[in-house]
Ligand binder design. Structure first.
Ligand code: DAH
Length: 338
Protein backbone atom coordinates (compact mmCIF):
# COMPACT_ATOMS: atom_id res chain seq x y z
CA UNK A 1 0.00 0.00 0.00
CA UNK A 2 1.36 3.35 -1.07
CA UNK A 3 1.36 5.88 1.73
CA UNK A 4 -0.02 9.34 1.17
CA UNK A 5 0.09 12.10 3.76
CA UNK A 6 -3.07 13.68 2.43
CA UNK A 7 -4.89 10.41 2.86
CA UNK A 8 -3.51 10.06 6.37
CA UNK A 9 -4.71 13.53 7.21
CA UNK A 10 -8.13 12.74 5.82
CA UNK A 11 -8.23 9.58 7.89
CA UNK A 12 -7.18 11.56 10.93
CA UNK A 13 -9.85 14.21 10.33
CA UNK A 14 -12.60 11.69 9.88
CA UNK A 15 -11.51 9.87 13.04
CA UNK A 16 -11.47 13.08 15.05
CA UNK A 17 -14.82 14.26 13.73
CA UNK A 18 -16.49 10.90 14.39
CA UNK A 19 -15.12 10.90 17.90
CA UNK A 20 -16.37 14.46 18.38
CA UNK A 21 -19.85 13.48 17.21
CA UNK A 22 -20.09 10.44 19.44
CA UNK A 23 -22.98 10.77 21.90
CA UNK A 24 -22.91 7.49 23.78
CA UNK A 25 -20.84 4.49 24.77
CA UNK A 26 -22.29 2.27 22.05
CA UNK A 27 -21.14 4.50 19.22
CA UNK A 28 -17.87 5.16 21.01
CA UNK A 29 -17.24 1.42 20.90
CA UNK A 30 -17.81 1.39 17.16
CA UNK A 31 -15.58 4.44 16.69
CA UNK A 32 -12.82 2.64 18.55
CA UNK A 33 -13.05 -0.36 16.21
CA UNK A 34 -13.19 1.87 13.12
CA UNK A 35 -10.37 4.24 13.99
CA UNK A 36 -8.15 2.62 16.57
CA UNK A 37 -8.59 -1.06 15.77
CA UNK A 38 -6.17 -3.27 13.82
CA UNK A 39 -8.15 -2.75 10.63
CA UNK A 40 -8.53 1.01 10.92
CA UNK A 41 -6.95 3.12 8.11
CA UNK A 42 -4.27 4.51 10.43
CA UNK A 43 -3.33 1.07 11.74
CA UNK A 44 -3.14 -0.26 8.22
CA UNK A 45 -0.94 2.68 7.23
CA UNK A 46 1.27 1.90 10.18
CA UNK A 47 1.43 -1.73 9.16
CA UNK A 48 2.71 -0.79 5.71
CA UNK A 49 5.66 1.22 7.07
CA UNK A 50 7.83 -1.89 6.78
CA UNK A 51 7.80 -1.72 3.02
CA UNK A 52 9.31 1.79 2.95
CA UNK A 53 12.97 2.66 2.79
CA UNK A 54 14.61 3.84 5.99
CA UNK A 55 14.18 7.60 5.47
CA UNK A 56 10.54 7.45 4.40
CA UNK A 57 9.88 4.99 7.17
CA UNK A 58 10.97 7.39 9.85
CA UNK A 59 9.25 10.34 8.19
CA UNK A 60 5.93 8.52 7.73
CA UNK A 61 6.39 6.70 11.01
CA UNK A 62 6.47 10.00 12.83
CA UNK A 63 3.58 11.38 10.80
CA UNK A 64 1.36 8.33 11.37
CA UNK A 65 2.41 8.04 15.01
CA UNK A 66 1.46 11.63 15.56
CA UNK A 67 -1.93 11.10 13.88
CA UNK A 68 -2.61 7.97 15.95
CA UNK A 69 -1.75 9.66 19.20
CA UNK A 70 -4.15 12.50 18.35
CA UNK A 71 -6.88 9.95 17.78
CA UNK A 72 -5.97 8.14 21.02
CA UNK A 73 -6.05 11.37 22.95
CA UNK A 74 -9.39 12.41 21.44
CA UNK A 75 -10.78 8.97 22.29
CA UNK A 76 -9.54 9.24 25.87
CA UNK A 77 -11.08 12.67 26.31
CA UNK A 78 -14.38 11.54 24.80
CA UNK A 79 -14.48 8.55 27.10
CA UNK A 80 -13.93 10.81 30.10
CA UNK A 81 -16.61 13.20 28.90
CA UNK A 82 -19.20 10.46 28.43
CA UNK A 83 -18.34 8.98 31.83
CA UNK A 84 -18.84 12.22 33.65
CA UNK A 85 -22.13 12.81 31.79
CA UNK A 86 -23.26 9.35 32.87
CA UNK A 87 -22.30 10.00 36.49
CA UNK A 88 -24.31 13.21 36.58
CA UNK A 89 -27.29 11.42 35.08
CA UNK A 90 -27.07 8.52 37.54
CA UNK A 91 -26.89 10.97 40.40
CA UNK A 92 -30.03 12.68 39.16
CA UNK A 93 -32.12 9.64 38.33
CA UNK A 94 -31.13 7.70 41.42
CA UNK A 95 -31.43 10.62 43.74
CA UNK A 96 -32.96 9.90 47.11
CA UNK A 97 -34.93 12.68 48.69
CA UNK A 98 -34.26 12.16 52.35
CA UNK A 99 -36.76 14.87 53.22
CA UNK A 100 -39.72 12.98 51.68
CA UNK A 101 -42.42 11.86 54.11
CA UNK A 102 -42.27 8.10 54.62
CA UNK A 103 -45.16 6.04 53.26
CA UNK A 104 -47.91 5.72 55.83
CA UNK A 105 -48.30 2.13 56.90
CA UNK A 106 -51.18 0.95 59.01
CA UNK A 107 -50.33 -0.22 62.46
CA UNK A 108 -51.81 -3.48 63.55
CA UNK A 109 -54.62 -3.27 66.04
CA UNK A 110 -56.91 -5.39 68.13
CA UNK A 111 -60.04 -6.91 66.67
CA UNK A 112 -63.21 -5.44 68.21
CA UNK A 113 -63.99 -8.88 69.69
CA UNK A 114 -60.65 -8.86 71.46
CA UNK A 115 -61.32 -5.37 72.73
CA UNK A 116 -64.69 -6.53 74.08
CA UNK A 117 -63.13 -9.60 75.68
CA UNK A 118 -60.54 -7.43 77.40
CA UNK A 119 -63.23 -5.02 78.55
CA UNK A 120 -65.29 -7.84 80.06
CA UNK A 121 -62.24 -9.43 81.68
CA UNK A 122 -61.27 -6.09 83.19
CA UNK A 123 -64.66 -5.43 84.65
CA UNK A 124 -64.90 -8.87 86.27
CA UNK A 125 -61.33 -8.68 87.53
CA UNK A 126 -62.50 -5.45 89.16
CA UNK A 127 -65.17 -7.51 90.95
CA UNK A 128 -62.54 -9.94 92.25
CA UNK A 129 -63.00 -12.67 89.63
CA UNK A 130 -60.22 -14.66 87.98
CA UNK A 131 -60.03 -15.28 84.25
CA UNK A 132 -59.91 -19.01 83.46
CA UNK A 133 -59.13 -20.68 80.19
CA UNK A 134 -59.61 -24.16 78.79
CA UNK A 135 -58.73 -26.01 75.60
CA UNK A 136 -60.76 -25.63 72.42
CA UNK A 137 -60.29 -29.35 71.73
CA UNK A 138 -62.27 -30.72 74.64
CA UNK A 139 -63.23 -34.15 75.96
CA UNK A 140 -66.82 -35.13 75.32
CA UNK A 141 -67.16 -35.83 79.01
CA UNK A 142 -66.27 -32.26 80.05
CA UNK A 143 -68.17 -30.64 77.19
CA UNK A 144 -71.36 -32.67 77.79
CA UNK A 145 -71.57 -35.42 80.44
CA UNK A 146 -70.17 -33.51 83.39
CA UNK A 147 -72.58 -30.69 82.52
CA UNK A 148 -75.48 -33.12 82.80
CA UNK A 149 -76.05 -33.11 79.05
CA UNK A 150 -77.03 -36.75 78.35
CA UNK A 151 -75.90 -38.80 75.36
CA UNK A 152 -79.27 -38.42 73.63
CA UNK A 153 -79.38 -34.64 74.04
CA UNK A 154 -79.92 -32.94 70.66
CA UNK A 155 -76.99 -30.58 71.25
CA UNK A 156 -74.66 -33.59 70.98
CA UNK A 157 -75.88 -34.62 67.54
CA UNK A 158 -73.67 -34.52 64.49
CA UNK A 159 -75.40 -31.40 63.17
CA UNK A 160 -74.28 -29.25 66.05
CA UNK A 161 -71.00 -30.67 67.22
CA UNK A 162 -67.67 -31.08 65.45
CA UNK A 163 -66.54 -34.53 66.55
CA UNK A 164 -62.87 -35.31 66.17
CA UNK A 165 -61.68 -38.51 64.54
CA UNK A 166 -61.08 -41.18 65.67
CA UNK A 167 -64.47 -41.00 67.36
CA UNK A 168 -63.31 -43.42 70.07
CA UNK A 169 -61.02 -40.66 71.35
CA UNK A 170 -64.23 -38.90 72.43
CA UNK A 171 -62.92 -35.44 71.62
CA UNK A 172 -64.96 -32.52 70.29
CA UNK A 173 -64.35 -28.91 69.42
CA UNK A 174 -65.97 -27.39 72.47
CA UNK A 175 -69.49 -26.24 71.67
CA UNK A 176 -69.53 -23.78 74.56
CA UNK A 177 -67.24 -22.41 77.27
CA UNK A 178 -69.18 -24.25 79.99
CA UNK A 179 -66.61 -27.12 80.24
CA UNK A 180 -64.25 -24.56 81.75
CA UNK A 181 -66.69 -24.41 84.70
CA UNK A 182 -66.06 -28.10 85.27
CA UNK A 183 -62.31 -27.79 84.83
CA UNK A 184 -62.31 -24.96 87.37
CA UNK A 185 -64.40 -26.80 89.97
CA UNK A 186 -62.28 -29.94 89.56
CA UNK A 187 -59.09 -28.03 90.29
CA UNK A 188 -60.13 -25.30 92.73
CA UNK A 189 -61.99 -25.26 96.00
CA UNK A 190 -64.78 -22.72 96.59
CA UNK A 191 -65.04 -19.80 96.90
CA UNK A 192 -64.81 -19.69 93.10
CA UNK A 193 -65.31 -16.51 91.07
CA UNK A 194 -64.24 -16.95 87.45
CA UNK A 195 -65.07 -15.86 83.98
CA UNK A 196 -63.98 -17.88 80.99
CA UNK A 197 -63.90 -16.10 77.66
CA UNK A 198 -63.00 -18.18 74.64
CA UNK A 199 -63.54 -19.63 71.21
CA UNK A 200 -66.33 -22.11 70.63
CA UNK A 201 -67.45 -24.20 67.65
CA UNK A 202 -70.72 -25.41 66.18
CA UNK A 203 -71.48 -26.96 62.81
CA UNK A 204 -73.38 -23.92 61.52
CA UNK A 205 -73.10 -22.25 58.14
CA UNK A 206 -71.71 -18.72 58.14
CA UNK A 207 -74.58 -16.33 57.53
CA UNK A 208 -75.73 -12.93 58.76
CA UNK A 209 -76.36 -14.22 62.31
CA UNK A 210 -74.34 -17.47 62.60
CA UNK A 211 -70.72 -18.45 62.43
CA UNK A 212 -69.24 -21.93 62.99
CA UNK A 213 -66.43 -20.41 65.07
CA UNK A 214 -67.65 -17.96 67.65
CA UNK A 215 -66.86 -16.72 71.14
CA UNK A 216 -68.54 -16.94 74.48
CA UNK A 217 -67.90 -15.71 77.95
CA UNK A 218 -68.85 -17.95 80.80
CA UNK A 219 -69.26 -16.84 84.39
CA UNK A 220 -69.16 -19.13 87.42
CA UNK A 221 -69.52 -18.37 91.09
CA UNK A 222 -69.50 -21.00 93.81
CA UNK A 223 -69.59 -19.78 97.39
CA UNK A 224 -71.65 -19.91 100.55
CA UNK A 225 -75.16 -18.44 100.40
CA UNK A 226 -75.12 -17.67 96.70
CA UNK A 227 -78.62 -17.00 95.44
CA UNK A 228 -80.40 -15.99 92.28
CA UNK A 229 -80.36 -12.40 93.61
CA UNK A 230 -76.56 -12.43 93.38
CA UNK A 231 -76.86 -13.68 89.80
CA UNK A 232 -79.35 -10.93 88.90
CA UNK A 233 -77.21 -8.23 90.53
CA UNK A 234 -74.08 -9.45 88.76
CA UNK A 235 -75.82 -9.56 85.38
CA UNK A 236 -77.22 -6.05 85.94
CA UNK A 237 -73.75 -4.73 86.64
CA UNK A 238 -72.28 -6.64 83.67
CA UNK A 239 -74.99 -5.33 81.31
CA UNK A 240 -74.64 -1.73 82.49
CA UNK A 241 -70.87 -1.84 82.07
CA UNK A 242 -71.17 -3.06 78.51
CA UNK A 243 -74.33 -1.37 77.21
CA UNK A 244 -74.53 1.73 79.37
CA UNK A 245 -76.34 2.73 82.54
CA UNK A 246 -79.77 2.93 80.93
CA UNK A 247 -79.89 -0.75 80.11
CA UNK A 248 -82.30 -3.01 82.03
CA UNK A 249 -82.10 -6.77 82.42
CA UNK A 250 -84.79 -9.38 82.96
CA UNK A 251 -84.69 -13.12 83.53
CA UNK A 252 -87.09 -15.40 81.68
CA UNK A 253 -87.56 -18.99 82.87
CA UNK A 254 -85.73 -21.43 80.62
CA UNK A 255 -83.93 -24.75 80.68
CA UNK A 256 -80.29 -25.77 80.65
CA UNK A 257 -79.20 -29.20 81.88
CA UNK A 258 -76.39 -27.69 83.97
CA UNK A 259 -78.46 -25.10 85.84
CA UNK A 260 -81.57 -25.42 87.95
CA UNK A 261 -83.47 -23.13 87.91
CA UNK A 262 -82.40 -21.77 84.54
CA UNK A 263 -83.19 -18.51 82.81
CA UNK A 264 -82.60 -16.54 79.66
CA UNK A 265 -81.29 -13.09 80.33
CA UNK A 266 -82.70 -10.32 78.16
CA UNK A 267 -81.62 -6.71 78.00
CA UNK A 268 -83.79 -3.69 77.28
CA UNK A 269 -81.58 -1.73 74.90
CA UNK A 270 -82.43 0.89 72.28
CA UNK A 271 -86.14 0.58 72.99
CA UNK A 272 -86.64 -3.18 72.84
CA UNK A 273 -86.03 -6.42 74.71
CA UNK A 274 -83.17 -8.46 73.24
CA UNK A 275 -82.10 -11.97 74.23
CA UNK A 276 -78.54 -11.83 75.53
CA UNK A 277 -77.53 -15.14 77.08
CA UNK A 278 -78.30 -18.03 79.41
CA UNK A 279 -77.89 -18.35 83.14
CA UNK A 280 -79.05 -20.10 86.28
CA UNK A 281 -78.12 -21.66 89.59
CA UNK A 282 -75.53 -24.39 89.04
CA UNK A 283 -77.34 -27.74 89.02
CA UNK A 284 -76.54 -29.75 92.17
CA UNK A 285 -75.77 -32.74 89.99
CA UNK A 286 -72.98 -30.75 88.37
CA UNK A 287 -71.65 -29.52 91.71
CA UNK A 288 -71.67 -33.06 93.09
CA UNK A 289 -69.94 -34.44 89.96
CA UNK A 290 -67.19 -31.93 90.67
CA UNK A 291 -66.92 -32.83 94.33
CA UNK A 292 -68.43 -29.62 95.71
CA UNK A 293 -70.10 -29.90 99.12
CA UNK A 294 -73.65 -28.89 98.20
CA UNK A 295 -74.70 -28.56 101.85
CA UNK A 296 -72.28 -25.71 102.22
CA UNK A 297 -71.99 -24.19 98.77
CA UNK A 298 -74.22 -23.10 95.96
CA UNK A 299 -73.41 -21.30 92.76
CA UNK A 300 -74.62 -19.45 89.72
CA UNK A 301 -73.43 -19.47 86.15
CA UNK A 302 -74.06 -17.55 82.97
CA UNK A 303 -72.94 -17.69 79.36
CA UNK A 304 -73.12 -15.06 76.62
CA UNK A 305 -72.15 -14.99 72.98
CA UNK A 306 -69.54 -12.33 72.34
CA UNK A 307 -70.36 -11.82 68.66
CA UNK A 308 -73.97 -11.29 69.64
CA UNK A 309 -72.97 -8.86 72.40
CA UNK A 310 -70.84 -6.91 69.94
CA UNK A 311 -73.62 -6.85 67.33
CA UNK A 312 -76.21 -5.59 69.81
CA UNK A 313 -73.87 -3.04 71.34
CA UNK A 314 -72.75 -1.54 68.03
CA UNK A 315 -75.80 -2.21 65.84
CA UNK A 316 -73.84 -4.57 63.58
CA UNK A 317 -76.33 -6.37 61.37
CA UNK A 318 -74.11 -8.80 59.49
CA UNK A 319 -71.91 -11.45 61.13
CA UNK A 320 -69.69 -11.44 58.02
CA UNK A 321 -68.33 -8.07 59.11
CA UNK A 322 -67.08 -9.57 62.36
CA UNK A 323 -65.44 -12.68 60.92
CA UNK A 324 -64.07 -11.54 57.59
CA UNK A 325 -61.23 -9.47 59.00
CA UNK A 326 -61.63 -6.44 56.71
CA UNK A 327 -59.44 -3.81 58.31
CA UNK A 328 -62.02 -1.10 57.56
CA UNK A 329 -64.34 -2.81 60.06
CA UNK A 330 -61.77 -2.72 62.84
CA UNK A 331 -60.86 0.85 61.92
CA UNK A 332 -64.42 1.97 62.55
CA UNK A 333 -63.79 0.98 66.17
CA UNK A 334 -60.83 3.34 66.26
CA UNK A 335 -58.29 0.60 65.76
CA UNK A 336 -55.18 0.87 63.61
CA UNK A 337 -55.66 4.51 62.56
CA UNK A 338 -52.59 6.62 61.98
N1 DAH B 1 -73.55 -23.01 77.55
C1 DAH B 1 -74.77 -22.38 77.08
C2 DAH B 1 -74.79 -22.32 75.59
O1 DAH B 1 -73.79 -22.43 74.97
C3 DAH B 1 -74.89 -20.98 77.62
C4 DAH B 1 -75.12 -20.97 79.10
C5 DAH B 1 -76.38 -21.00 79.60
C6 DAH B 1 -74.06 -20.98 79.96
C7 DAH B 1 -76.60 -21.00 80.97
C8 DAH B 1 -74.27 -20.97 81.33
C9 DAH B 1 -75.55 -20.99 81.81
O2 DAH B 1 -73.28 -20.96 82.20
O3 DAH B 1 -75.75 -20.99 83.14
O4 DAH B 1 -75.81 -22.14 75.03
Amino acid sequence: MALDKNQIELDLKSALSEIANTKNFDSLKQVKIDHLGDKSPLARANQSLGSLDAKDRSDFGKFIGDARSQVNEAFRKKTEELESERDVQVLQTERVDVTLAKPRTLEGGLHPLTILTNEISDLFIGLGYNVAEGPELESEWLNFDALNIPADHPARSMQDTFFIEPLEAKLVLRTHTSPVQIRTMLTQKPPIYVICPGKTYRADELDATHTPVFHQVEGLVVDENITMADLKGTLDYFAKSIFGNDVKTRLRPSFFPFTEPSAEVDIFFNGRWIEWGGCGMVNEKVLIACGVDVKKFSGFAFGMGLERTLMVKHGITDMHDIVEGDVRFSQSFGVGKK
